[in-house]
Structures are given as C-alpha cells and as structure tokens.
Design a protein around this ligand. Structure first.
Ligand code: NAP
Ligand code: ZN
Ligand code: ZN
Length: 348
C-alpha cells in the first residue's frame, strides 16, 4: 500500500482535518497520479455533511482531479509517465452492461464506483477522493488534459464542466437555441460558458444581484434576478439548466419554456423541490429531465472542446487547510466561481 496524505471528514458537523490513507500499488491497467489540483464541488459538501445518505467516515471528498502520471501498469497503452491527466467522478464500472457499452459509465446498471464514498473493489474499504496527494486509477477512467489549459483552472472541468456540457449536447443546443442557466456557482458559470461556446443565446437566472456583472462577463446575454417575485416576459426558452444546490420552486422556470422546451435539473438539493404543476408540462409538451455528469469518452470530448474554445473555470486557489472556510462560503453562494485546492499545500 502507498501511504497518502489526505483531508477527511469524520462526521456531519465536525470540520475536515488531516488524515492518512492507503492507496493500492498500481496494477497492470492502473495509472498512479500525483495530484496537483482538486476542485471543490458542492457535492463534496453535501456528502461530507451527510446531506444525502450518510457517508462512511472518514470521508475523503474530491472528484475534480488534475495531476501527473508518476507510474503506469504494464498494460497501460494511452498514458505514459509524466503525462498531465484528469480524473472525475468515476473510477470504475462493470464495463459490460448496456450503459457501460454505450459510454455512459455513470449509469452503470450494477452501479458505478464513484471516486469517493463507494465500495472499493480493490481494498474492500471505501474509495477516497482527490483531497489527497496520490491516486491510483484504472486507465479507462483517466483522461488527458489538453496542454493549452491552465491546470488549476481545468480541474473543475472534470465535474462542473462535464455535468453542464453533457445535457447541453444531449439536448442539441446550438446556434439557434435559447438557453437559461439557473444558479451562478461552479456548475452554473460553466453552463454559461459552454452554452455560449455552442452558439446559444443565454439567460442567467440568479438569486444574487451582485453577480449580474459577472454573469454578463461570463457570456450571459441577459440576467434575471429571481429574488422575490419575478416573471418571464421575453421570448420562450428551448432549454433550462438548473444547477441550484438548494430546494426551490421549479414552476416559474417551467413557464419560461416554449413548446417542447426542456428543463434539465442537475442540482442535488438535500430536500426535494416543491411539487410540479403538471399542467405546465402538458400544455406545451414541455419536459422536465435530469442529468448526471457524463461518460468518460464524453469527458475527453468536453476537455478537447474547452481547449478548442479556450474555456476554463474562474477559480479561487486555496490551500488544503482552508477547506472548512471554503465550505462556509459555498453555503452562502459566495464562490467566484470554483474553489480549487493547490495540493502542494498538503505535501508540506
Ligand atoms: P455551488 O457552486 O455552490 O453553486 C450553487 C448555486 O446555486 C449558488 O451559487 C447559487 O447561485 C444558487 N443557489 C440559490 N439558492 C441557493 C441556496 N439556498 N443554497 C445554495 N445555493 C443556492 O454548487 P455547484 O458545485 O455548482 O453544484 C450545484 C449543485 O449541483 C449541487 O447540488 C451539486 O451537488 C449538484 N451537482 C450535480 C451533478 C450532477 O451530475 N447532476 C454534478 C455536480 C454537482 P446564485 O447566487 O446565482 O443564485
Ligand atoms: Zn461534482
Ligand atoms: Zn456497467
């Protein structure tokens, strides 16, 4: 085993703190990665604070990982030592089911192995994420980071990037599309950038009036502040991507969609959203949908798309020791627009 420095949560209400975990030695198809940067996703916070199902503690979050390959197994074909690589939310899947065969490993039917908090088939324990200095992952779940991307600012593409790219592509957003993005946080700011790069007209919905100027700088054509009563009086939207991390009323957003419009929810609030008025769907054949990250091949496609369009995340670089403060700020929607941990701070 490889002793590895990490930061872990030990309970729902206690701060994360330094911890040591073991990584397996790389097998024939594995890549051993020295982690350089790890983004801080709101899912890390939901998980470690037990806002979804209670995790196994100690819990080492982090699934927006960029690092350098430092060892590779004998059967590894597409990576070599020294490569800059990425790992997102997935570290394994059955590779045999219909979803896996279609490149949709996130929907693996027996269940994918998530980067943290899943049963680890190699150790018998749970998987540990990127708030750590080293990671060992099967080559199938490792992607190449294009050379032109800033490494720290590319890290959040591994979750925030793919989670917004995948539904925008699935619902065929293009130059004539009118897209709304709800919530200007880590996912939301990537949603705006990617929708814009796909050629769409983008409306940002935010509860934070102080973010209006940033939303426009990021590419939004219009910004609607949804604090208090609000209504839609512009041309109907084709798609809305809802990235909000808290329970809220979806009905006013459904009303913004035109005929055959789709609202895709990617946010995972700890408590359910209030009920939907189904007549809003029936009347104009509108759809309410969800989406979960993206498969490995699509993650590589997204990274290449971002490199082609010069897209990375707007980040605040922090040290590992600042993580609890970062969580506090994330809870107040005060992130511009993704915290990224410089893992040098954990190497000491
Ligand atoms: P984030 O950076 O914290 O952004 C969430 C944004 O939601 C906030 O910046 C805020 O934007 C808005 N918001 C409105 N009311 C809020 C409230 N009461 N509490 C918190 N936020 C509120 O979070 P994120 O990392 O982008 O993640 C967003 C959600 O997506 C989380 O629930 C996360 O677990 C989930 N997620 C899902 C997937 C997937 O595959 N489906 C992948 C990653 C993350 P404004 O200030 O503009 O209103
Ligand atoms: Zn995430
Ligand atoms: Zn599968």
């Amino acid at each position: 085993m490889i002793p590895t420095r990490a930061y872990a949560g030990f309970g729902a209400t206690t701060p994360l703190r330094a911890h040591t975990i073991d990584r397996r030695h790389p097998g024939p198809t594995d890549v051993q990665i020295d982690i350089l940067f790890c983004g801080v996703c709101h899912s890390d916070l939901h998980t470690v604070k037990s806002e979804w199902t209670p995790p196994t503690y100690p819990c080492v979050p982090g699934h927006e990982i960029v690092g350098r390959a430092v060892a590779i197994g004998n059967d590894v074909k597409t990576f070599k030592i020294g490569d800059i690589v990425g790992v997102g939310c997935l570290v394994d899947s059955c590779r045999k089911c219909r979803s896996c065969k279609e490149g949709l490993e996130q929907f693996c039917e027996p269940g994918a192995t998530w980067t943290y908090g899943s049963k680890d088939p190699h150790t018998g324990g749970v998987t540990y994420g990127g708030y750590s200095t080293t990671l060992v992952v099967d080559q199938h779940f490792v992607v190449h980071i294009p050379a032109s991307l800033d490494l720290a600012a590319a890290a959040p593409l591994l979750c925030a990037g793919i989670t917004t790219y995948s539904p925008l592509r699935h619902h065929k957003v293009g130059p004539r599309s009118r897209v709304g993005v709800v919530g200007l946080g880590g996912l939301g700011h990537m949603g705006v950038k990617i929708a814009k790069a796909l050629g769409a007209h983008v409306t940002m919905f935010t509860t934070s009036p102080e973010k209006i100027a940033d939303a426009k700088r990021l590419g939004a054509d219009e910004v609607l502040v949804t604090r208090g009563a609000w209504a839609w009086d512009a041309a109907p939207l084709d798609m809305i991507l809802d990235t909000v991390a808290a329970s809220h009323d979806l009905n006013p957003y459904l009303k913004c969609l035109g005929r055959d419009g789709v609202m895709v929810v990617v946010g995972g609030p700890p408590t359910p959203h209030p009920p939907i008025n189904a007549s809003l769907l029936v009347g104009r054949r509108r759809m309410l949908a969800g989406s979960l990250i993206g498969g490995i091949e699509e993650t590589q496609e997204m990274l290449d798309f971002c490199a082609e369009h010069g897209i990375t995340c707007d980040i605040e670089l922090i040290e590992m020791q600042q993580i609890n403060e970062a969580y506090e700020r994330m809870l107040k929607s005060d992130v511009k627009y993704r915290f990224v941990i410089d893992m040098a701070s954990l190497r000491g």
